[in-house]
Design a protein around this ligand. Structure first.
Ligand code: FAD
Length: 428
């Protein structure tokens, strides 16, 4: 018989609970602790970094726009620290909007994971790995979180919480409204190929084999995400896609993970029939499938594609974001580039779930339409709005004001004190 009674367990108390230790959650937690709040960071995996580490997307961007730095603070210090340890390569920042990915930072996953641990330890964040938040409700002016860990089910009582799960899980669990696109962008299982000599391959022969494999449905054009087999072999990575239904349940996520491995195995087996690729192998693969899109909160403000492309300066802007609209579809990527000099901003209202007094969102799951989300979901933007969520949660908890009523000037001052760049707002 089920005999656990949460009421019999003394909850662990903290000022702010950050749920999810990805790019947004790590820097929400660090910024929150540096602002003076007792902070607990809960992460279901055994490593911090979220998609950047566990899903192998080790190329965060973009910290610069039009040749100038636009995102700074603890998240940028972590990049510099990783470089100091020989684990980050910062490219020469030039003005190349249509080659934006060339200005992303290539990080070594191990070094970066170490740097995130170090940043949390130094700032005093209480990190709980292997801890999944599976329930939450607001009780007596606090957020009571039900966590499942190695020791069993435990309660954490926090004055404020930050949903940095990437999927707005916590907002959903707490009953806040969420939004999701009709058709989600596909997920990708990041891996490394080996077992062949690229320079010895016969391009003409391979193209013939691929055309034949397309005809027999052993391979599909979408297996190469609009690119070519040769391009994939050169990069030692097949940019495969796997479709997502909703991504909000463990059942659906299990299907995505298994479908991705199944798809990669089919591609591997088809390629091994081709000359020069007989010993092709998946020599490394990420622990988790990289998920581009699931749920987002419905916030006080919602960032639209138009606002993003026009570089709207919100009256409550808390950071910049810079990336093209970048929606992955089965046949490739639908993109819209920012015009010369345009640098979009993120409003604080997009982090505040409608009707919320104690919960903030950070990262991929903040409020925006599908197109804007496909741009602001990139890691540097998630880190920057995560820092803002962390400072705001700390101010809200310490000052005992609802999250929606944190004074904007104080929030900006708190961010600036951490070295973050805050856009100058214009009335909107
Ligand atoms: C294939 C692919 C390619 C990409 N390419 C780029 C790129 O080139 N450049 C770029 O900058 N960005 C890129 N992105 C986007 C970017 O990596 C993500 O949007 C970003 O990492 C989102 O950060 P986040 O912190 O919001 O969420 P996540 O990185 O998803 O982190 C969320 C964390 O929360 C944890 N979590 C979830 N639920 C719970 C729970 N209930 N309890 C405890 N922990 C929980 C997860 O384990 C995870 O660690 C790409 C993404 C994908 C999938």
């Amino acid at each position: 018989m089920y005999s656990f009674h949460p009421s019999e367990n003394e909850p662990v108390k903290t000022d702010v609970a950050v749920v999810g230790g990805g790019p947004a959650g790590c820097f929400a937690a660090v910024a929150c602790a540096l602002t003076g709040a007792r902070t607990m960071l809960m992460e279901k995996n055994g490593v911090l970094g979220g998609t950047a580490v566990a899903a192998g997307v080790n190329f965060p961007g973009l910290f610069h726009a039009w040749g100038k730095q636009i995102i700074d603070g603890p998240c940028w210090k972590a990049i510099l620290r990783a470089r100091e340890l020989g684990g980050a390569s910062i490219p020469k920042i030039v003005h190349s909007p249509e080659h934006h990915w060339e200005e992303q930072i290539l990080i070594n996953r191990f070094v970066y994971a170490y740097v995130l641990d170090e940043a949390c330890r130094k700032s005093g964040v209480a990190v709980r790995l292997h801890t999944m938040v599976s329930g939450a409700e607001e009780q007596d002016g606090r957020v009571l979180l039900l966590t499942a860990g190695k020791e069993g089910v435990r309660l954490v009582s926090a004055k404020r919480a930050v949903d940095a799960t990437g999927d707005a899980d916590l907002a959903g669990i707490m009953g806040y409204a969420r939004q999701k696109s009709q058709t989600l962008q596909p997920a990708t299982l990041i891996h490394d190929l080996g077992g062949y000599d690229f320079n010895a391959l016969d391009e003409g022969a391979l193209n013939g084999y691929v055309a034949q494999a397309f005809r027999t449905h052993e391979l599909f054009p979408e297996d190469f995400q609009g690119g070519t087999l040769l391009g994939s072999l050169k990069n030692k990575r097949i940019n495969m896609h796997v479709s997502m239904r909703n991504g909000a349940s463990s059942e659906d996520r299990t299907k995505v993970e298994m479908d991705a491995r199944c798809s990669l195995m089919r591609i591997r087996n088809a390629l091994r029939k081709m000359p020069g690729l007989e010993n092709l192998q998946i020599v490394n693969f990420s622990d988790e499938c990289g998920v581009r899109e699931t749920y987002r909160i419905i916030g006080r403000k919602t960032i639209t594609k138009e606002d993003y492309l026009n570089g709207k300066r919100y009256s409550d802007a808390i950071c910049y974001s810079f990336y093209p609209i970048d929606r992955h579809v089965p046949t490739g990527i639908e993109q819209a580039f920012l015009k010369d000099g345009v640098v979009p901003t993120i409003p604080y209202g997009a982090l505040v779930p409608e009707g919320s007094k104690r919960l903030l969102a950070a990262g991929r799951c903040i409020s925006g339409d599908a197109e804007a989300n496909s741009a602001y979901r990139v890691q540097a933007s998630c880190m920057a709005d995560g820092q803002a969520a962390g400072v705001a949660a700390a101010l809200s908890a310490l000052g005992n004001v609802p999250v929606g009523e944190v004074a904007y000037q104080k929030l900006c001052a708190g961010l600036t004190a951490l070295g973050a760049i805050v856009p100058t707002p214009q009335n909107s």
